[in-house]
Design a protein around this ligand. Structure first.
Ligand code: GAP
Length: 548
């Protein structure tokens, strides 16, 4: 085996005071399987073998997603934060069309520039995003010391491409095997003299020059030179509006929801009483023909976004930018993502989107990025790019008139933009807790306000005396809380199911209930049980769920 660069690659979870190290890939597999088994998330078109990059939300998944969506809407639009001056800020909502006039996407820069560089493999017929290909240029420890990968490639050194989001120990092992096999079989001139054990496998840093693809063995093949040079690929899905299907009728599915906000800027100003600074928010579907959808619902081709465009004067941008970073952090903490699992990336200048002069990515430690982080939300200063562009392309004035100062200006925009579906994935990953001391072996430790079900009502047995009382309790609670009445199976199995779907409380009706009208409350996290009077159940849930 070749010596490899060592990287940390495990996720660490503390469970019942037992430290458990588990391979992050295994954890992801378990999460995906639990999501399917318990009805959170299914592959779209499952019975037809699925369709890559599309997902359906099952009975529990849709509740979880709606809980996150409704909380965002409540915290942004219905009950927005208190501003730096002590008064609540002003935010209104819109729900715009997915298909807009195609000029919108010319103005926004998406028709010309929403591209990913793409590399095709002539042999495997697979397509890869160039910036997701990890290129390994094997170096000989002694002979190639100090030389970078590009100079080895300039010399025609055979290299290997792998498709991974994260270069880690498991990828290194797989790469080592592949290269070893290649050398033994093909005996490539530039490699065969190297003694096994002397190669250093290190991802090549930087971009591989297009002409060097001829030296590269692609991710899914064993011969070199099958990869094409990168070509630009526009990620917008298009369709034709009306009966004809020519260029004149071409329209696009929106790749981000914010455009519908900018397009309605004037309508909102003319029809409501907002005064700058103010925000317009929108939640809805967005579509991107991602070259490589990956990591479950993390990067999909159809997804949902929750976006706020905050319009303010240019000179106030620094103050509002910090305000939104703080508020959004508070939001994620309030739904159960601890700050310790978040990272704030000040996006380097060369990686900023064309419209942005400053962006902070709020990143979460997903199992497939651990110990590193993956983007959960972007908070961008978009300047006045969008309003200026849409004003130019539409010929309409998109300005704000400040009556107090008697002046017109084009507001600057700060945009906290998050993926609703990506947020759902973060909630599931955060909640997933391994616990060998319980029958399910695992439970979902959702924040009670996010849990799809707040409580389950369980008659201890299917006996006639227990069931009617449980039914009565269920009928009493369901107007206010998402609750479930579950009668079948032994009680241990029913607890196990509720643990796996993350229900914070189970109320069990037993023989004592008949005599003293008390039920047991079982706490999902501690498994501890206490008895409370049936009349107190509603208040108990109000305090535990609504109060938090
Ligand atoms: N309006 C700005 C904008 O759309 P973005 O960084 O491209 O910015 C914002 O997207 C958020 O949308 C991301 O932080 C992520 O949460 C989510 N998102 C983007 N592409 C996605 C995809 N293919 N699948 C799931 N979520 C995605």
């Amino acid at each position: 085996m070749f010596p490899v660069v060592s990287r940390h690659y495990a996720v660490f979870k503390k469970v019942n005071n037992v430290d458990k190290m588990t391979d992050h890939k295994e954890i992801m597999k378990d999460i995906v399987s639990l999501c399917k088994r318990r009805g959170f998330i299914f592959a779209a078109s499952d019975i037809y073998g699925g369709i890559n990059g599309f997902w359906d939300y099952g009975p529990l998944g849709v509740e979880l997603k709606n809980n996150l969506r409704d909380r965002w809407w409540r915290d942004m639009v219905l009950c927005p934060p208190i501003g730096p001056d002590g008064a609540p800020i002003s935010i209104v909502g819109v729900d715009s069309s997915i298909i807009q006039n195609p000029k919108c996407w010319e103005a926004s820069g998406h028709v010309g520039g929403f591209n990913d560089p793409m590399v095709d493999c002539r042999e495997s017929k697979k397509r890869y995003r160039e910036d997701h290909l990890i290129i390994i240029v094997p170096k000989d420890e002694e002979n190639d010391k100090g030389k970078n990968g590009q100079s080895l490639l300039d010399n025609g050194r055979t290299s290997f491409a792998f498709m991974v989001d994260q270069w880690d120990k498991t990828e290194e092992d797989a790469a080592a095997k592949k290269i070893e096999k290649y050398i033994k079989k093909a005996g490539d001139e530039t490699l065969k003299n190297l003694r096994i054990g002397k190669l250093i496998l290190k991802p090549f840093e930087g971009r591989v020059k297009p002409e060097h693809y001829k030296f590269v063995v692609g991710p899914d093949v064993n011969t070199k030179g099958t990869l094409t040079e990168p070509v630009q690929f526009n990620m917008m899905f298009h369709t034709y509006v009306g009966a004809a299907s020519g260029d004149d009728n071409k329209a696009y599915l929106r790749p981000e929801t914010c455009a519908g906000i900018f397009l309605n800027f004037k309508n909102v100003l003319d029809s409501s009483r907002v005064k700058a600074p103010f925000g317009i928010a929108q939640i809805g579907k967005a579509f991107r023909n991602e070259v490589t959808p990956r990591n479950f619902i993390f990067r999909s081709r159809e997804f949902e976004q929750m976006e706020l465009e905050w319009f303010c004067a240019e000179e106030d941008v620094p103050q509002w930018f910090d305000f939104w970073v703080d508020e959004r952090t508070r939001f994620w903490e309030s739904v159960g993502i601890p700050k310790s699992e978040l990272h704030f990336l000040n996006v380097p200048k060369e990686e900023l989107a064309h419209y942005s002069s400053r962006t902070i990515d709020v990143e979460y430690r997903f199992p497939f990025t651990a110990p590193d982080f993956g983007e959960l939300e972007g908070i961008a200063h978009r300047g006045n790019f969008d309003l200026t562009q849409h004003a130019e392309f539409s010929g309409q004035k998109l300005e704000y008139f400040d009556q107090a100062e008697n002046k017109r200006f084009v507001p600057h925009v700060i945009e906290p933009s998050t993926g609703l579906t990506r947020g759902v994935l973060a909630l599931i990953c955060q909640a997933y807790t391994v616990d060998k001391n319980r029958p399910s072996g695992v439970y979902l430790n959702f924040h009670p306000s996010m849990a799809p079900l707040k409580a389950a009502i369980l008659p201890l047995t299917a006996k006639e005396e227990h069931v009617p009382i449980a039914q009565k309790l269920y009928l009493d609670l369901r107007h206010e809380f998402a609750v479930e009445l579950d009668i079948k199976q032994n009680i241990g199995k029913r607890y196990a199911r509720q643990d796996e779907i993350g229900t914070p409380y189970c109320f069990t009706v037993d023989n004592d209930t008949i005599s003293d009208q008390t039920v047991t409350v079982r706490d999902r996290n501690t498994m501890a049980q206490e008895r409370i009077h049936m009349d107190k159940v509603k208040d108990f849930l109000r305090e535990k769920i609504v109060g938090k």
